[in-house]
Design a protein. Structure first.
Length: 277
């Protein structure tokens, strides 16, 4: 399994807002569907609450088995449109959450699952909320700031770019799955990377701003919801500006590119090999 241990880094410096965030976190169990509760020594999910800009949000955290060496690598996972809400659990039932339940005993990283409210996107304030949950979980469970990664699927693929643009020096690598830059359909005009939406060429603008951050994009060629051309355009733009973006397209894949991506050992090996200085 990837994520080899690195030398211990200096403790994270916490600002007052982060201390308040941790103080208001409420810990309760989040059992997997159709599974017996995990013991504290096993990899397991917990549910927390966060007050951010006067709004209360529930989020989940996968905590790896106690035997995993600390500090822990950290993965921020951003869900798709179907998992929006306020229950704090739906975002763990598709994509990476499902894969973790099947691999809870051996996955060595902390995984943070924020939840976007109904009818909202991962941009703007929700991107900042996601980063706040990442701060809180990393502080509480001993996350490694040099090995903190972002990934997401569909709406969360767009959101992966959003959080990276909001914190361009935070992540050593990104894995956006079936995401894009511009709105994929006329009936969903808000699904876009808003930080570059006003640019004449938002693909080149994004690739230029994140040129220093390695990214691996995944998409299904037959995606019926977010056309694969979105990631093709971004990859071409990245090649033109010299950004370290790689691209995998599943020839027979539809919108669900996430199951294959999160089951791909090569992806995890690539991700865990990246770290901040």
């Amino acid at each position: 399994m990837p994520f080899q241990r690195r030398p211990t880094h200096p403790p994270m410096r916490l600002n007052p807002a982060l201390l308040l965030t941790v103080a208001v976190s409420i810990l309760i169990s989040l059992p997997p569907a159709n599974a017996t509760p995990a013991t504290s020594s096993d990899g397991h999910f917990v549910q927390h609450e966060l007050v951010h800009d006067g709004r209360r949000f529930r989020y989940a955290v996968f905590v790896p088995a106690a035997a995993q060496p600390r500090p822990l690598p950290v993965v921020l996972f951003l869900h798709g449109s179907g998992e929006r809400g306020s229950d704090g659990q739906a975002q763990t039932t598709a994509g990476l959450g499902n894969w973790l339940r099947a691999n809870a005993d051996r996955f060595p990283a902390l995984v943070v699952f924020p939840q976007a409210p109904d009818d909202e996107e991962w941009m703007g304030d929700n991107a900042r909320m996601a980063l706040a949950t990442l701060d809180a979980a990393s502080a509480e469970f001993g996350g490694d700031p040099a090995r903190t990664y972002a990934t997401g699927m569909s709406m969360g693929g767009y959101g992966t770019w959003g959080v990276a643009l909001a914190a361009p020096d935070r992540f050593p690598a990104l894995v956006p799955v079936c995401g894009g830059v511009r709105p994929p359909r006329t009936e969903r005009p808000t699904l876009q990377v808003t930080a570059v939406a006003g640019e004449a060429d938002p693909y080149t603008a994004l690739a230029t701003r994140l040129k220093h951050v390695p990214a691996w994009l995944f998409h299904g060629a037959r995606d019926e919801l977010v056309p694969a051309e979105e990631d093709r355009k971004l990859h071409r733009a990245a090649q033109a500006v010299g950004a370290d973006f790689r691209y995998t397209e599943y020839p027979d894949g539809t919108h669900n590119a996430w199951d294959a991506t999160y089951a791909d050992a090569a992806m995890w090996d690539w991700l865990c090999a990246r770290h901040l200085p």
